[in-house]
Design a protein around this ligand. Structure first.
Ligand SMILES: NCCCC(=O)O
Length: 312
């Protein structure tokens, strides 16, 4: 390159003050580095965020608990924590990953751990409370009217803590059957210990037919279930496998469905969170899209939509 050519190239790359042209007026080489680093950081953050958004949702399901039987050997002599298959499969129909959340043991002598239920709430995107054993009347400050209605206070303590952690983390919760009753109790509500005894005029909500037993429910006008399920009309048929039921509503709870004609509470919602809802029936026990029983896919989808929106 001749001297003249070098001078011309230099004039193109520098402004009339002699500063390199890639610097804005007033900018130094250090502030330029700052700009470049900030742009790199934004790109990495955007790519991480999009990776998190694309990963399947991680939904936690509370454990059913089997307490050891006196005198038993083998599995029945152990504490078992388990998932009923259909609840896991129902949630997975929407292509999300499910994880059963075990109880934690922070103080035990054998396997103490620093892992707490709050860690599960931090790492999972939403919580489903499984059905199962009765809620203990002790958990709503009553004594059991009959010994067989004592429920499972240990499971209550575990699920009440789990529920509190997910709500504090701002994540959605869907309670099924016992899970619906537990939600009500968590907010200071009470239960009928036994519908047949406490509300003699009510129809049978539990029957030897087990999950083939069913009855009609209706959705109050203006409720979010009425809105979510409007294509299926204002009433529907659901299964019914419970002898306890919501009595006095908990704080900030609203009724989302009632049975017909006896008007027992069949679904509730906590109004101070984007999605904390309890269903007294078991949507996981029947096929979605079946002609007879209520298709609850829209409820599951709303729960998962909020899980997606609140996952950061
Ligand atoms: N109170 C028992 C509820 C029954 C169930 O969750 O399957």
């Amino acid at each position: 390159m001749t001297d003249e050519e070098k001078r011309r190239t230099d004039r193109r790359q520098r402004d009339r003050h002699g500063n390199p042209r890639y610097l804005d007026p007033g900018e130094t080489i250090f502030s330029l580095w700052g700009r470049v680093l900030a742009a790199r950081y934004r790109r990495v953050a955007a790519s991480l965020a999009s990776r998190v958004m694309q990963r399947p949702l991680h939904i936690g399901i509370s454990a059913r608990i089997f307490h050891p039987e006196a005198g038993a050997t083998g599995l029945r002599s152990k504490n078992l924590q388990y998932l009923e298959e259909s609840i896991a499969h129902w949630v997975m129909t929407r292509d999300v990953l499910v994880f059963m959340i075990p109880t934690v043991n922070t103080e035990g002598l054998i396997h103490p751990s620093n892992i707490r239920l709050s860690h599960y709430a931090e790492h999972l995107d939403g919580l489903v409370l499984q059905g199962g054993a009765d809620v203990s009347p002790q958990s709503y400050a009553e004594t059991p009217t009959r010994p067989e209605w004592s429920g499972d206070p240990a499971r209550d303590r575990y699920e009440l803590e789990l529920l509190r952690e997910f709500i504090q983390a701002g994540k959605p919760v869907l309670g099924i059957c016992r899970g619906c009753q537990l939600l009500n109790v968590a907010f200071g509500g009470t239960l009928y210990q036994d519908i047949a005894t406490d509300v003699p005029d009510a129809m049978a909500h539990v029957h030897d037919d087990y999950d083939r037993h069913r009855h009609v429910i209706h959705f109050p006008e203006g409720s979010s279930l009425a809105r979510m399920l409007k294509s299926q009309g204002s009433q529907a048929l659901v299964n019914s496998i419970h002898h306890q039921a919501v009595k006095d509503l908990g704080r900030d709870m609203v009724v989302e469905a009632r049975s017909s004609p006896d008007n027992m509470v069949e679904a509730i919602r906590y109004t101070k969170a984007p999605f904390v809802m309890g269903l007294q029936w078991h949507p996981e026990f029947h096929r979605a899209g079946g002609v007879e029983l209520l298709d609850c896919t829209a409820i599951l989808d709303n729960f998962l939509r909020v899980a997606r929106e609140t996952r950061f």
